[in-house]
Design a binder for this molecule. Sequence first.
Ligand SMILES: *[C@@H]1O[C@H](CO)[C@@H](O)[C@H](O)[C@H]1NC(C)=O
Ligand SMILES: *[C@@H]1O[C@H](CO)[C@@H](O)[C@H](O)[C@H]1NC(C)=O
Ligand SMILES: *[C@@H]1O[C@H](CO)[C@@H](O)[C@H](O)[C@H]1NC(C)=O
Ligand SMILES: *[C@@H]1O[C@H](CO)[C@@H](O)[C@H](O)[C@H]1NC(C)=O
Ligand SMILES: *[C@@H]1O[C@H](CO)[C@@H](O)[C@H](O)[C@H]1NC(C)=O
Ligand SMILES: *[C@@H]1O[C@H](CO)[C@@H](O)[C@H](O)[C@H]1NC(C)=O
Ligand SMILES: *[C@@H]1O[C@H](CO)[C@@H](O)[C@H](O)[C@H]1NC(C)=O
Ligand SMILES: *[C@@H]1O[C@H](CO)[C@@H](O)[C@H](O)[C@H]1NC(C)=O
Ligand SMILES: *[C@@H]1O[C@H](CO)[C@@H](O)[C@H](O)[C@H]1NC(C)=O
Ligand SMILES: *[C@@H]1O[C@H](CO)[C@@H](O)[C@H](O)[C@H]1NC(C)=O
Length: 554
Amino acid sequence: MMAYGFSQLVIFSASFVCIFIIQSYPTTVAAASTGGSWALLRSTIGISAMHMQLLPSDRVLIFDRTDFGASNISLPEGICREDPHDYVLKKDCTAHSVEYDVVSNSVRPLMVLTDVWCSSGALMPDGSFVQTGGFNDGDHVVRVYNSSCSNCDWEEIDSGLVNRRWYATNHILPDGRQIVIGGRRQFNYEFYPKTPASEKSYSLPFLVQTNDPNIENNLYPFVFLHTDGNLFIFANNRSVLFNYSRNKVLKTFPEIPGGEPRNYPSTGSAVLLPLRVVQGNVAVVEVLVCGGAPKGAFVNAQNGTFDGALNSCGRINISDPDPKWVMEIMPFRRVMGDMVLLPNGDVLIINGGSNGTGGWEYGRNPVLNPVVYRPYNPIDARFDVQNPSVIPRMYHSTAILLRDGRVLVGGSNPHVYYNFTNVVYPTELSLEAFSPSYLDPNLSGLRPKIISPVSQSKILYGEQIVVRFTVQTQIDVNLISVTMIAPSFNTHSFSMNQRLLVLDSGKATKTLEKLTYEVNTTTPSAGHIAPPGYYMLFVVHQEIASEGIWVVVS
Ligand SMILES: *[C@@H]1O[C@H](CO)[C@@H](O)[C@H](O)[C@H]1NC(C)=O
Ligand SMILES: *[C@@H]1O[C@H](CO)[C@@H](O)[C@H](O)[C@H]1NC(C)=O
Ligand SMILES: *[C@@H]1O[C@H](CO)[C@@H](O)[C@H](O)[C@H]1NC(C)=O
Ligand SMILES: *[C@@H]1O[C@H](CO)[C@@H](O)[C@H](O)[C@H]1NC(C)=O
Ligand SMILES: *[C@@H]1O[C@H](CO)[C@@H](O)[C@H](O)[C@H]1NC(C)=O
Ligand SMILES: *[C@@H]1O[C@H](CO)[C@@H](O)[C@H](O)[C@H]1NC(C)=O
Ligand SMILES: *[C@@H]1O[C@H](CO)[C@@H](O)[C@H](O)[C@H]1NC(C)=O
Ligand SMILES: *[C@@H]1O[C@H](CO)[C@@H](O)[C@H](O)[C@H]1NC(C)=O
Ligand SMILES: *[C@@H]1O[C@H](CO)[C@@H](O)[C@H](O)[C@H]1NC(C)=O
Ligand SMILES: *[C@@H]1O[C@H](CO)[C@@H](O)[C@H](O)[C@H]1NC(C)=O
């Protein structure tokens, strides 16, 4: 039995008790904030940043949903979307997707024809973004966005999916295809693009086993590509190692201690910790799952009780033959947080609230302070509280890494008709950037600047490349590392298709030119270490990251 019906709940019910609560939320206060700074980039981008993807053009695709009224940005002159399936406006002349240009800080409206709400996606190896599913008339649709042109728009493939996909998770595979896993009432997976050998969907009983009959706490499963080529899938409170070609669970990991649910609507977050490549191999593959809402939080929130969010993280070494979870405690409770891999290997935990659960109107007490998790510090010295924002970022907020090292932050609990008043948290159309402390101006003398290769360079698997950079001071050449990060698709507190590789590099050496250095680096050996496609490559000097360059691995 379903305890809640999303569509009715979200679209028609403007009569929650909580809507009438005045905006006087207490906020969690930081004990000691140590770093990072915030900037409001735009007070409005016209839509709510519910889903975000950085493109290799340094533009960001952003979309919300098509069926909840007129947004704050019009489609170009004369263009309207007429959709008999729309619940609110059958004819809508506003945009529900935009392309945000990082460099010029401007937005361009885009046209999505069908509902992209709670969809999934990933950047393909050719740089196009493929997004799958959504709600209502959009649930079987595949949408392709060509990022190589300056005025492209979405192209939609009506029956691109075998099954409806709503709250599914996607990942790029070593062969460059995407896998699309689960979604509401979909205990199966499929691939995109389809090949003759894989044109149907394949059952995944693990999603039945983790589907609590009252609340489906296994939506938007946390999926990572293990460096052995299999998938790690975490849903609710359990995880498995899965061979998608054989359709076989190879291993069941121990349940996360405490057994609390971590996926939507409990909405914790997760990262695949940095992968250190040594002679083509990765010995340690670790997953970190943080926060969420306790069992029963959704039903309690419906009844007006906002449970304290989880403050624990579980970390597991999935390459260990006998892996065990190690639990750690965050400085704050957090539900609907986003975990973002930073170029220096740290993890930023940002957005969300300290009470309630995922779902419209069900979060309380925004956590305005991000926290940086330093994975390789001693276990009692990993969390650093950062300076707070002033804007609550609750349900449907997003955060992604930009190539310049900043983290783009947008969205929050939106409302039907984009209401801004008489709601607990107003619909939030603004876009902010959080600059981690490695971007502090007083560190500019220590920051590397990459001179070569040039951005957009193509690199081959297992190739040796020389990365040349400058630093405005004499440096200790032992303190240099080179990292590569895949641009993830972020929605609902999870970044799909995460990968941060710390490349195998020699000691940096100084070249003849003043303050110019070079480091020899070996690119990843194969697709299971790094699926083909676009990555941002950074030089890191003592935790301080350069601006990245785009590289294309093939
Ligand atoms: C967006 O909001 C601004 C400020 O409220 C308003 O002036 C403008 O007309 C709105 N634009 C659209 C297209 O709704
Ligand atoms: C994407 O756009 C570029 C530039 O307009 C074009 O050359 C390319 O063919 C397009 N790619 C696809 C797959 O349509
Ligand atoms: C998955 O199983 C297939 C079929 O047995 C096998 O060819 C493949 O190597 C396996 N994949 C991994 C990553 O082990
Ligand atoms: C893990 O989740 C399942 C499904 O909701 C639940 O039955 C089980 O009790 C949970 N484990 C613990 C230890 O709470
Ligand atoms: C919610 O509150 C109502 C009214 O107090 C009560 O009847 C119901 O049992 C509660 N439901 C849950 C799941 O606690
Ligand atoms: C939030 O959770 C804490 C811890 O459980 C609790 O003490 C507090 O009353 C809750 N706040 C709200 C507004 O429900
Ligand atoms: C993870 O497991 C691998 C393989 O057993 C082992 O070599 C490594 O030391 C472990 N790392 C951590 C951090 O536990
Ligand atoms: C939201 O906006 C619509 C349209 O302006 C209005 O009819 C409705 O009453 C608003 N809802 C709330 C809770 O203010
Ligand atoms: C840089 O400035 C920040 C304040 O903006 C300060 O907290 C930090 O300690 C400074 N760092 C260094 C290395 O001077
Ligand atoms: C990098 O490798 C090239 C070619 O293998 C070699 O000529 C060069 O000296 C190396 N540079 C460093 C810094 O090791």
